[in-house]
Write a protein that binds this ligand. Structure first.
Ligand code: G4P
Length: 532
């Protein structure tokens, strides 16, 4: 192996690329901030998310996120810790953006779920977390806010297992919660890590570790708490799942950790275990079989996210890609498979804690954003490999809400069309047209209702176009795989609507599932699909 290839393999082996998902307010931003603190990427807590004055994280780009306090776009942060190079992908914390979360998870090798100990799996996040289990990647759980009154530990674990259909294996076990929170018991090392409020999480906080036998003498923990701890541990040892690395790798068993991100308790322990238990960049499926970063020497990547207008002054459009193999070098020429052309990847960027910076080199596992002159689409493959391959695509979710959208000022038609088209290319919305009349009417479909707000806001802010939206009663969309008659003669229910997508393919919108069944019954041989 050449020296260059040796270097590439070593760099890739060091990479840990994961997504963090959580319900808003569970503590994802705080946890991310503490990770960065350990990595030395920031030197002061609060750099990621300031207090009252600037209630937003560096990873929040759009104003709407700040205003509504929800994260709409996902961004990436890179830092080093303990010999690892870590890429954290942030995801929106609301189920209405679960499609975005799914795309982000496509770029991750594992996921960390942050759960509020007093709330368990929350309604709004159920869908997000489910999306995580759909990817079959390792899922790690951090149960946060143990310094506050928490749900019973068994109940919390049961909640995760029931809601997400994944087994859990607590790596550590909490001793009390809230005012009575005394620390966590490490089930692998049989040691107790005693809780101390580390000055709201500055790094200096000292952690006291006790062996199990010393715990007996410890007066800080009451006899009652000790009895309870040993009783709970015994119960868990007897009835709970045992740790199994293989099941973790298949996404069937989630290692669970307890802590308090705000006080910085349990964060470093989590990080250390997590980095050992999670995987380095995984092979990816392509039309030529799996591409393994440890074997494929050429550069290859796929686009998983496109974001326009991140910097209003430059009106730029950035395509985010996950590098799957090889080494990226700034300004390199690569083959864009879907465009069937050679392209130069210019202005490559990476997020480093609080700033965007230009990257000169990046390796399999890393995420980079490159300037997109409007040629990339989500799912596109780029590579320098002589024997070309295409990475498996990223599925689109079927929209569940529809609205007719038009601009208020008819003079702004051009900007309006440009805006909706660009936002659709980013994958934030899907657009359809009336089947016969074409572009005059635009029907927008979204997976989560909040995406309509984002569309309206962005058209106003970025394209200076005010819009009117009339919601439509449809909830189901079906693409037509086979139609036995001329589409005009299709006999549907009275509330069915025919539309076409951007590629001119016909689709049917339905108000309820009964209408779908009726339409299928009335047209023998008609075949409908849920995916475009
Ligand atoms: P998110 O990104 O998941 O939305 O959550 P974020 O980290 O912003 O945390 C939400 C709130 O919960 C914040 O308080 C944060 O300080 C608090 N928090 C996070 N981790 C812990 C923890 O371990 N224990 C306790 N007690 N609180 C925690 P806030 O008052 O909404 O905001 P701020 O003014 O503190 O920034």
């Amino acid at each position: 192996m050449s020296e260059k290839n040796q270097e590439i393999k070593e760099e890739i082996r060091k990479r840990r690329t994961f997504a963090i998902i959580s319900h808003p307010d569970a503590g994802k931003t705080t946890l991310t901030e503490k990770f960065l603190l350990y990595g030395g990427a920031i030197n002061q807590a609060g750099s990621v998310k300031g207090k009252a004055t600037a209630r937003h994280a560096v990873s929040d780009w759009m104003e709407i996120e700040k205003e509504r306090g929800i994260s709409v776009t996902s961004s990436v942060l890179q830092f080093e810790y303990g010999g690892f190079c870590i890429n954290i992908l942030d995801t929106p914390g609301h189920q209405d953006f679960s499609e975005d979360t799914y795309r982000t998870l496509m770029a991750a090798d594992s996921a960390v779920m942050v759960i509020d100990a007093s709330k368990g799996v929350e309604a709004q996040t159920r869908k997000l977390f489910k999306v995580c289990t759909m990817r079959h990647i390792p899922i790690f759980t951090f149960i946060n806010k143990m310094d506050r009154e928490a749900m019973d530990t068994f109940e919390l674990l049961d909640d995760i297992e029931q809601e997400l259909g994944i087994a859990t294996c607590p790596v550590n076990w909490p001793i009390g919660s809230g005012k009575e929170f005394k620390g966590v018991y490490d089930r692998q090392k049989n040691q107790v890590e005693l809780f101390s409020d580390t000055q709201k999480g500055t790094r200096q906080g000292s952690v006291r570790i006790l062996d199990r036998k010393d715990l007996e003498k410890e007066e800080w923990i009451s006899g009652e708490q000790k009895d309870r701890l040993f009783e709970e541990l015994e119960l868990q040892d007897g009835a709970g799942a045992v740790f199994d690395q293989e099941l973790v790798e298949k996404g069937k068993l989630s290692p669970v950790f307890f802590g308090s991100a705000l006080t910085n308790f349990g964060v470093e322990t989590f990080l250390k275990y997590f980095l050992e238990m999670t995987t380095s960049p995984l092979p990816r499926r392509s039309d030529q079989g799996e591409i393994d970063p440890m074997e494929e020497e050429a550069f290859s990547a796929f686009v998983f996210k496109i974001q326009a207008n991140m910097n209003k002054a430059h009106r730029d459009r950035i395509a985010f890609m996950r590098i799957c193999s090889g080494r990226f070098e700034a300004g390199m020429d690569v083959w864009h498979i879907q465009g069937n052309k050679k392209v130069r990847l210019s202005q490559p960027q990476q997020m480093m804690a609080s700033e965007r910076k230009m990257v000169e080199k990046a390796y399999g596992g890393d995420i980079i954003g490159v300037f997109d002159p409007g040629i990339f689409s989500i799912g596109d493959t780029l590579t320098t490999a002589r024997e070309q391959f295409v990475y498996e695509g990223i599925p689109t979710f079927a929209p569940e809400h529809f609205a007719r959208v038009r601009q208020v000022d008819t003079m702004k038609r051009k900007q309006f069309l440009k805006g909706v088209n660009q936002i659709a290319q980013e994958g934030a919305i899907q657009i359809f047209q009336e089947y016969h009349t074409g572009m005059e009417e635009i029907i927008v479909g979204v997976v989560g209702i909040l995406q309509f707000d984002v569309l309206k806001y962005r058209l106003e802010k970025e394209y200076n176009v005010e819009i009117r939206m009339d919601s439509l009663p449809y909830e189901y969309i079906r693409w037509i795989r086979h139609c036995p008659v001329d589409l005009d003669k299709l006999s549907g229910t009275s509330d069915m609507k025919k539309v076409k997508d951007l590629r001119g393919r016909p689709l049917l919108l339905f108000v309820n599932s009964w209408s779908i069944r009726m339409t299928l019954e009335r047209n023998e041989g008609l075949e409908l699909t849920e995916f475009g």
